[in-house]
Design a protein. Structure first.
Length: 166
């Protein structure tokens, strides 16, 4: 899937903040403060809960699926950020704020952005597999229902025997 990345303004050029920028920044600060107050009320997570959340989120995104962006923030600083490749905007059309690594403003609204390119090149594909074609599926299991039921019964008996040993 090819994504056409969008631009908004020129991050490295001079930028005059607009009333909309000031309003968005004020709203972002209010939302951030409210979330912080709610988090302060919440009980701390156990290590087991953290582990379950990590499992739910799955493995980290590989670097070849990430896009680098140049962002101008509300504070005037220009930073680079990394986002998932499948969004045409660094804010994903949802979260238009970032923490400034230079002055620490958190949140800092993104007022201009431009794509810089992928974080890494994808790994070389296996030469034995033609592009656009998936690997062959294994042959279908052609055992009869009676054979499958017999195997199931044998496995259940084996499982019971193992439980009795424990």
């Amino acid at each position: 899937m090819e994504v056409e990345y969008l631009r908004h303004g020129v991050p490295l050029a001079d930028y005059q903040l607009t009333k909309a920028d000031h309003r968005r920044q004020h709203e972002a600060v209010q939302v951030h403060e409210w979330v912080q107050r709610q988090l302060a009320k919440a009980p701390a997570w156990s290590e087991e809960q953290r582990k379950k959340i990590r499992q739910l989120l799955g493995p980290p995104t590989p670097p070849w699926e990430l896009q680098r962006w140049r962002l101008r923030l509300y504070c005037g600083h220009v930073i680079e950020a990394i986002r998932i490749q499948n969004s045409p905007r660094p804010d994903g059309g949802v979260c238009d704020k970032e923490r400034c690594s230079e002055c620490g403003l958190d949140p800092a609204v993104i007022v201009a952005f431009e794509p810089l390119g992928p974080v890494a090149e994808p790994p070389q594909k296996d030469r034995s597999q033609r592009p656009g074609h998936s690997a062959r599926r294994p042959p279908a299991d052609r055992r009869s229902k009676a054979e499958l039921m017999a195997e199931n019964a044998a496995l259940r008996a084996e499982l019971e025997a193992l439980r009795d040993q424990a």
